[in-house]
Design a protein around this ligand. Structure first.
Ligand code: IPE
Ligand code: IPE
Ligand code: MG
Length: 253
């Protein structure tokens, strides 16, 4: 296996990586275990991805942990996921502090179970002064929800006379999204072989490079993240221009 980390150009890291962590259930089935076992083993992959991204110097890592659609799963699985979340946030906060990672959440967390909400708030507060990397957990999140809540708040501001309709620009809209203050997603990774966005960050992935891997989430390692970044750096990001107009050269074999 190539040493992917060595091949990464530290000067051209994606500033914002987002991951759709998929395949926990299939991983569990592969091991003849209940789905919850897959979620439990997914925690190791979360820790590895966060550590690997922070070690490299990525500014933002956003992980899709629970979508608004995931409430439609069997109650038993939803409860187990919430329990796991509480337990994990509680046990991992010290590691986040050690690694100087700031925890943040996107999504409507007010609708999460109370203990989940409380645990999350404590961890967010405790890690608020960390500045190495922001780890964004998308919880009760969906891209359409985000765009809708932004639209609603903009409409309110116009109604209140704080803003004029002509002030609503691309940039201004960004300020109202739950990812306010963060750069656009540059690299979007999805594990498990599925090739869809599943209502994740819709606005924010407008020009992201999409990377799909057949690996199931609990199997995803630091090296896999390194490989995805190398793959990202090998791509020509034209943003509508022609190849000839680009000054930056790709670093690839
Ligand atoms: C992703 O794994 C974790 C969550 C959505 C919470 P899945 O639970 O979706 O696993 P598969 O897709 O059924 O294998
Ligand atoms: C997307 O995975 C949501 C998360 C990873 C949290 P799903 O497994 O819920 O997505 P679909 O149902 O395959 O689109
Ligand atoms: Mg899935």
């Amino acid at each position: 296996m190539p040493n992917w980390k060595e091949k990464i150009d530290k000067e051209r890291l994606p500033k914002h990586i987002a991951i759709i962590m998929d395949g926990n259930g299939r991983w569990a089935r592969k091991h003849d275990k209940p789905r919850v076992f897959g979620h439990q083993n997914g925690v190791t992959a979360v820790r590895n991805a966060a550590e690997a991204a922070a070690e490299l110097g990525v500014d933002y890592l956003t992980l899709y942990a629970f979508s608004t659609e995931n409430w439609n799963r069997p109650k038993k699985e939803v409860n187990a996921l919430m329990e796991l979340l509480v337990k994990t946030i509680n046990s991992e906060t010290d590691t986040l502090l050690k690694n100087k990672i700031k925890l943040n959440s996107i999504g409507d967390i007010s609708e999460m179970p109370q203990d989940c909400y409380d645990e999350l708030k404590i961890a967010i507060d405790r890690t608020a002064d960390n500045d190495r990397m922001t780890l964004n957990l998308a919880l009760n999140y969906s891209g359409r929800w985000d765009i809708t809540q932004a639209g609603r708040r903009i409409a309110q501001d116009v109604k209140d006379g704080v803003m004029n309709p002509e002030d609503i620009t691309d940039e201004k809209f960004n300020d109202y999204l739950d990812t306010t203050g963060m750069p656009d997603v540059e690299l979007l990774i999805r594990t498990s072989g599925e090739q869809r966005i599943s209502n994740f960050l819709l606005w924010q992935v407008a020009y992201a490079e999409l990377y799909f891997t057949p690996k199931l989430w609990p199997e995803f390692t630091k090296e896999d993240l390194h490989e995805a970044i190398v793959n990202f750096q090998c791509r020509e990001r034209r943003f509508g221009k022609t190849s000839e107009q680009l000054t930056e050269s790709r670093k690839c074999e």
